[in-house]
Design a protein around this ligand. Structure first.
Ligand code: PFF
Length: 449
């Protein structure tokens, strides 16, 4: 027998809800609360939201189902899950490259994710204490100091590493059961605050009334990239979490639940943020600075802003932590199941690599701001571009092609169990044709269009 039979087991989630909470925790993150609102803001509001929803339905959910099928079938990290699925389908072991690319993408994303999440942690305290300051100046002070950024980056990475090193059950499983309900409560509080702020109707119209004049091929690329990133697809996080999913849990309905919760949080985040932006007469399309500058301006000016502001940044930090642990998990699972290092040491090793790469991102805000790692992009933008615009969509596309065209049908049926044949047929059609084609067309357009 080959080495695949000697892999160490990781155990599984206890109960049906743990997978849902963990996968939703992975999906709901900075992408929803920071990324989605500013991307919708700069891409025509409702038009972007509509295209985004289409991407979730036509590409995201079919690929999420595929990732869970591969993961749960093997119970192992994405690299070995792909090797096993390929072996049992009598096809080439080259498919494991999808797992490798995923783990690399995960480390790249974690490196900058942790720097931004560190800024969120920093803002919990700044928002509590910032009467009478200028928010743009404040953001400038936060990001111009490498020491400040690196300190918060280090703190966030340490927290992430300690959760993952405690394991599936005692670490990730336990933490998401506390964090996710907290996140829900804080978000509902923020939406109610939005409703009361006076700008709610304007925000509602902004998010749901489509303005197609701003739509071009880049809008599609941005919406698709956002859909992949937001659902944590194409890099093995969901595959890794799927590996710990109990066998009796239904894959299709669970995927719909996770994707719906993720989308709901993104829209709620918009409904929490934009009313405040409009009520204070600020610009909705200010880009990445939407949360740290525009929204912070409103927190500084509003009544009780020194309470509401920190609540918002706690919400953002919780969302970031439940995602960052899922970025670290696939690589840690691989190293530990191979018996190369203990889970704890594997977590330390990968965190160190991501932490080290994160230095580049931290410096791209200040002393390296003019240094381009790829043409026209500084360090942070390059990491984001390589991982989110290239590796995740390509990973997702190959996962769809593998499950749609190469994976043994009996293996797929075993994992899906009894499903409505119409639903199965639809899924199959989307995985075989729509998802790979859509990714290919969007890529082509973005590069040559
Ligand atoms: N889904 C997370 C977010 O929206 O912020 C980010 C993320 C986590 C992306 C895990 C990819 C991933 F594997």
């Amino acid at each position: 027998m080959d080495t695949l039979s000697k892999l160490k087991s990781h155990g599984s989630w206890v109960g049906r809800w743990t997978f849902i909470l963990a996968a939703t925790g992975s999906a709901v993150g900075l992408g929803n609360i920071w990324g989605f609102p500013y991307k919708a803001g700069t891409n025509g509001g409702g038009a972007f939201v509509l295209i985004y929803l289409l991407c979730i339905l036509a590409i995201g959910i079919p690929i999420m189902i595929s990732e869970i099928i591969i993961g749960r079938r093997s119970g192992n990290s994405p690299i070995n899950a792909m090797r096993l699925a390929a072996r049992d389908s009598n096809t080439t072991s080259m498919w494991q490259l999808v797992g490798w690319s995923g783990i690399i993408a995960g480390i790249l994303i974690l490196s900058f994710y942790s720097v931004i999440a560190g800024i969120c942690l920093n803002y919990i305290f700044l928002a509590a204490a910032s009467g009478g300051v200028d928010s743009a100046e404040q953001f400038g002070n936060v990001t111009s100091s490498p020491i400040n950024l690196l300190t918060w980056h280090t703190i966030f990475m340490l927290i992430t590493c300690s959760v993952v090193s405690a394991g599936i059950h005692a670490g990730i499983g336990r933490v998401v059961k506390v964090l996710m309900p907290m996140l829900g409560i804080l978000l509902i509080f923020m939406v109610i605050n939005g409703i009361l702020s006076g700008g709610f109707m304007q925000a509602f119209a902004f998010l749901f009334a489509p303005d197609f004049s701003e739509v071009d091929s880049n809008t599609f690329l941005s919406a698709m990239g956002q859909a992949f990133f937001s659902l944590s697809l194409g890099m093995g996080s969901i595959m890794a979490y799927g590996a710990y999913m109990p066998k009796e849990q239904k894959i299709i309905s669970t995927s719909f639940t996770v994707a719906s919760l993720d989308t709901l949080v993104a829209i709620f985040a918009g409904l929490a943020i934009f009313p405040i932006i409009f009520a204070f007469g600020l610009e909705p399309n200010s880009g990445p600075g939407l949360v740290f500058e525009s929204l912070q301006t409103a927190f500084i000016e509003m009544d009780y802003g020194q309470i509401i502001g920190p609540i918002f940044f706690i919400l953002l930090s919780i969302a970031a932590l439940s995602s960052s642990i899922s970025l670290l998990e696939p690589g840690v699972a691989f190293i530990s199941e191979e018996g190369l290092l203990s889970r704890k040491n594997a977590a330390i090793l990968i965190s160190l690599v991501a932490w080290f790469l994160g230095i580049g991102t931290a410096l791209s805000f200040n002393i390296w701001s003019d240094f381009n790692l790829t043409p026209g992009r500084n360090f942070l933008d390059s990491m984001d571009f390589i991982a989110n615009q290239i590796l995740l969509p390509l990973g997702g596309m190959f996962i769809a092609i593998f499950v749609g065209w190469f994976m043994d049908k009996n293996l797929i049926k075993e994992e899906l169990g009894n499903v409505n044949p119409v639903l199965f047929g639809l899924w199959k059609f989307f995985v075989r044709f729509i998802a790979p084609l859509a990714v290919a067309v969007i890529f082509y357009n973005a590069i040559f269009g």
